[in-house]
Design a protein around this ligand. Sequence first.
Ligand SMILES: *Cc1c(COP(=O)(O)O)cnc(C)c1O
Length: 444
Amino acid sequence: MEINIDKYIAEQPALEDIKNQKPTFWVNPYKVAENEIWNHEELGLADIEAAEADLERYAPMIAKLFPETAATDGIIESELEKLDKMQAEIEKNHEFHGHLYMKMDSDLPVVGSIKARGGIYEVLKHAEDIALQEGLLKSKEDDYTKLVTPEAKKLFSQYKVQVGSTGNLGISIGVTAAALGFNAIVHMSYDAKQWKKDLLREKGAKVIEYDTDFNIALKKGRAESDADPKSYFVDDVKSRILFLGYATSALRVKKQFEKQGIKVDKDHPVFVYSPAGVGGSSGGTLFGMKAVFGEAARVFLIQPTHCPSIPLGMVTGLNNDVSVMDIGLDGKTEADGLACPSPSTFSGDYMKPMLDGEFTVRDGALFDYLRELHSSEDMMIEPSSCATFEGPIKLFENKYAKQFMKDNGLDKIQDNIIHLTWATGGSMVPDEINQQNLKTHLDD
Ligand SMILES: *Cc1c(COP(=O)(O)O)cnc(C)c1O
C-alpha cells in the first residue's frame, strides 16, 4: 500500500520533515481541551488504581518468584533521579530551561526495562485466572505464594504463554512465564539483539526467530497461539492489561515527587518524554501521567526518524493498518525497542485526545546522548532509551516546538518545567555491548 501524506502537510508542516526522515517536532492537532479528554477515554484513573491493587495483591508471590524483589516486598519500582550534571552538559550547547529528571525504568528488577511493569503484571494476572479457575486459589484473599510451588508449576506447565517482541517485552513475558512453569514462547523480529535471545533461552523460554519485522513476527505469533486453546497470547498492540500495568508508574511517580518535595501543578508542569515503538509501554506511561496529573502533565512521544509510525497512524486514521514503509521509509533503526513500523490502534486511540506531540530523533543522536549521560552521570542505558533526551534538548530549539510552547503559554513558565525523561531499558545490557555502544558513531 502506498500512502501520500502531502495533502496533510499544509496543516501539519512537520510532516514534511517526517516524510524526509529529518528530526522534527510534530504537534498533535487532534488533542482536545483538557476538560474533555476523559470524555473520549474508556479507561481512566479508577482502572489504573485497580491495576495497582492487583499488583499489591501479587506482591508476596512476586517476592517469592523473584528473590531480588524481596527487599522491596515484591513491589517492582525504579528510582527517580535528578540529572544535574547532564543538565549542565546540555546547557553548554543548547538553550535549556527547567529541571532535568530521569525515571530509571532501565533498572527495574528482573527485566531491566519498562516492560517489567506491564509484562509481569499480565503474566501474573493470567496465572491468577488459571489458579482461581482450577481451585489452586480459593479466592482473591487466599495466599498468593501458593502460585510459586511445585504443584502450581505442574498446573501451569499444561499451558503456553506466547508473545511477539523486538526484545524487551519478550524478556519480561518469557522470564516471568518460564519462572512460573508455563511453556513460554517468544516470537522475535529481525531487529532483536542476540544477547536478548540468549538471555531468554538461558531462562527457559523458547525463542522463535523471524527474518521479518515486528509486524509480521507479531502476526505469526498471534496466529500460532490462537490456534491452541491452551495458549495465551500477550498482545502488545491490543492488551489493556499491559497498558494499565504501564500506567501504574504514574501513581508511583506521584509519591516520589511528594517524597522529594517536588511541586507539580499547572504553573510547575511535568513534561514527560516517552520513547515509543508501537505505543504500548510509552502510551500506557503517558496515559497514566495524564490521568494522575491532569493539566499539570504535558506528554510527548519520541520515535526514530526512520520509524515515526505513531503520527502516521494518527494522521491517516489507519493506525495498525499503516506502516512507515507505506510512505517510503525503511523502518530500520539501531533502537531495537522502537523498531515497530505500525502503531497500536488501541494505544493510538487513547493517545490521540491527550498527546501533546512527538519528537523524531536520528539514530546517531541516540549514541551521542548515551555518551553524554555516561560521561556526566556515570550511567548506562540502552540506545532506545536515549531517545528520551531528544525531547528536552529540542523543545527550546525546534521551530515547531517553540511555536507550541508559545501557543500554549508555556514559554512564560519554562523555568519551572520538570522534564521527566524516561529511561526505558538498560541494566541487563551485557558490558561488552555497552562498550560497543559507547564507541558507536552514526551519521544518520
Ligand atoms: C518497549 C520499549 C520502548 C517503548 O516501546 P512501545 O512499543 O511504545 O511500548 C522504548 N524503549 C525500550 C527500551 C523498550 O523496551
